[in-house]
Design a protein around this ligand. Structure first.
Ligand SMILES: *Cc1c(COP(=O)(O)O)cnc(C)c1O
Length: 327
């Protein structure tokens, strides 16, 4: 099979592994979405696979997106465009603050090098001028007779949500085949598309009991929750009112550690423990932080003897940045 055909035929299932019992009095499993077999995988590869079909349909000859050049999203989009033989144009924020910012300004992240390797073009603008810069660039491409396709930052939007509705179905299939039920799903929540997809999957399946807990890696609760809810609404359309209840959405900002890209000693230790005990790499910005937050959450709420599925959302290149920063 051609590698790019992954996007046409579906990227298939990722493994679910049982991990050592060192993380508390529950049964822990990890769904290895970091092993999606394209460009170091992760949830951005899942989302990109859905956008791939839209890009094909549109007949675009240049793929545009917004985000930090050092983000997992931009790496994947740049790589996918290159694999499709299309140009890629990335608009990045000038400011090194908030989401999508490089963790260490002075250091070139591996994702940055990879996006550059793919030949992606980069254009920067102040955060306050993002919308007009995108519009302006689209217009100038069209004026040259070209056909741009724009993917929202982080792979936000219905195709991105759809990719995790599918993951939820994968989880249901896994449960049926293996005679297990996961009481809780945990994952790192950023722009909220991953969580929106999982929650939509749950609502559409009429699966009432299970809890899906998004551990915020950056946003505070009010805004973070609101964005996830809007994505759920956008995806479900008129079924939203019938299916959605506030209790279906658990988004906690209790483990942000001061915001995007910040992590302290406890998270560092958690990442090292998981690598040593189970051989699974996690980064400090997303997955390591969320895994640590999950352990704290379960402990604080006194949850025991449950089957817990943690979704590893990828970010493997950031694991190497984590090592470079000195463990
Ligand atoms: C982007 C990202 C997330 C957050 O996903 P959202 O859909 O934006 O909430 C989590 N983990 C990793 C590794 C990511 O790159």
């Amino acid at each position: 099979m051609k590698q790019i055909a992954l996007f046409e035929e579906g990227i298939g299932r990722t493994p679910v592994v049982r991990v050592s019992g060192k993380y508390g009095p529950n049964h822990f499993f990890i769904k290895r979405d970091d092993m999606v077999p394209f460009s170091f995988g992760g949830n951005k590869a899942r989302k990109a696979a859905e956008f791939y079909k839209e890009i094909k349909k549109s007949g675009a000859d240049v793929v545009m997106t917004y985000g930090s050049f050092g983000s997992n999203h931009c790496r994947i989009v740049a790589n996918m465009a290159a694999a499709m033989g299309l140009d890629c144009h990335i608009i990045s924020p000038e400011e090194d603050s908030g989401e999508g910012a490089d963790r260490k300004k002075e250091k070139v992240l591996y994702n940055t090098s990879l996006a550059a390797l793919m030949g992606a073009q980069r254009e920067t603008c102040p955060v306050s001028r993002v919308a007009e810069t995108i519009e302006h660039r689209k217009e100038s491409f069209r004026a040259e007779g070209r056909n741009p396709f724009f993917i929202m930052g982080g792979g936000h939007g219905n195709p991105g949500t759809e990719s995790y509705v599918k993951v939820f179905r994968e989880i249901l299939d896994y449960e049926k085949e293996n005679g297990i039920y996961f009481d809780y799903l945990f994952h790192a929540s950023g722009t909220g598309t991953t969580q929106a997809g999982l929650v939509c999957g749950k609502l559409l399946a009429g699966d009432e009991k299970r809890k899906i807990v998004g551990i915020s890696i950056a946003r505070e609760e009010t805004r973070g929750r609101q964005v996830v809810k809007e994505s759920i609404h956008e995806y479900l359309g008129e079924d939203f009112d019938r299916l959605y209840q506030e209790g279906d959405l658990v988004f906690t900002d209790a483990y942000r550690m001061g915001g995007y890209g910040r992590y302290g000693q406890e998270i560092r230790e958690t990442i090292c423990r998981v690598m040593k005990s189970d051989g699974i790499p996690m980064d400090g910005t997303y997955v390591g932080k969320a895994f640590w937050g999950m352990c704290r959450y379960l402990e604080e709420k006194g949850i025991r003897d449950k089957n817990i599925l943690f979704i590893h959302t990828g970010g493997t290149p950031l694991f190497f940045d984590f090592l470079d920063a000195g463990v």
